[in-house]
Design a protein around this ligand. Sequence first.
Ligand SMILES: [Zn+2]
Length: 458
Amino acid sequence: MQSLISACFAAILVATIVGPAASDPVPSDTPWAVLRCVGNDVDPSIYLKTPVPPAYANNTEGFLKDMFTATGKGKGGLYDYWGQVSQNPDLMKGTSLFPWVTLDISNLQYWNLQIPTGEQPLRTFVQTCLDQYIKKGTATVGTGQPNDLNSYYGLIVISYIPTAGGEQGQHDLSLTINGAPWRASTGVPAVGTTFDSISPKAMGHEMGHGYGLAHASCASKPSNDADKDYCDSYDVMGDNGALYTNSNFALSLSVTNQSHSSTATVNLGWSGPGLNAPHLAYLGWVPSARTCALGAGACEFVTGGLEVTLAALGHSEAPGVFQVGIPSSIAPLGGYTVEFRRASTCASPSIGPCWDQAVPDSVQIHAGWEPKGQSHTLLVDDRGGALWAPGQMFDDGAVQILIETFNLAANTATIKVRWGSAYVPPPGRVSGPRACEAAGGTWVCGDPLIGHRCGCEF
Ligand SMILES: [Zn+2]
């Protein structure tokens, strides 16, 4: 979250690094090397017994293995999470938990290295630990040995800092091996965290940065709101900690019920949330056959408006497309991306999709359309509420999206889109800035210029 410390995380740094500008599909195998560094003044009997969820009492190793590696498959850890959202169950295959390594400096010195300005520079944090692994031979590069870091997609670095927390992630961190640049042309996907900050929610978010994603924003908050950059509650990259809290291991979260009438926090069990369609597309996880880009191919222009069936994200068994792209030279950010989300149930976290249980059944509309997805998304939320339901119409004066029906048995939703010359202004409404001006009014919009937040004022 932009090196920006969120007040809602007292004493916890939650930093965010923006993903790469260009789309960068994730490879089909992304093994992570999980490294762990501790100061030379800490008794191992302390950090090896760091409190973990009750089910893992006195078994920190088992906890971390289940959190990140294939031993946790089916237990709802990050291995399952990324496997499900990518539709590639073993995306994290080969992820390995490396042994703890003791630094040549104290824990406090290590911590002070990280926070010269009150933030946590990821590079210093990761490089210091990496250097010690190489120095001690606990990890190697270019040897072909099992501990050869070249065989890993990226690094997750954990430190034992008892009194402070923080986590960061970046897709292209600049690192060196023995002083020489390592993967100089691409940088290295990397996550850094203190032990106290390890949670499925936080690690899911930071690994999202590692895979190349930026944040999931929403349109309803003003641009000067500190939470705006990640106020899309339905994407792990928008999770700001105010809406989701960890109840225990296994990405089982409590979530604020997002509706106009209620803000109660309820535990909805296995939950994520997952990733939105622009994020999935950005990582290469939406097949082209599951994308309908208006004006192209099967989504040809239709005078009366085009009816499209959306399959709920993650439901590959359902008919329909996962995203509809609506290009518009008038709409902000070049158009819209539309998706359908379901409050899904699941029998097992490795079967899924389990991660959207806390998401209301809703059509979701994102400002912006890019065929290869977006790293930074902007949700057109309905005043922070539960988004778009049958009968509701989104209209921005150039694009009209009518939510027709949900077929929950089939995990689909049907929408009707009118745009271009098929656009029909809703009855009784002065629609669009030019019509408004011609009628003698002033076209007023919220921030940014999104749909229902705009209107003609006289
Ligand atoms: Zn972030």
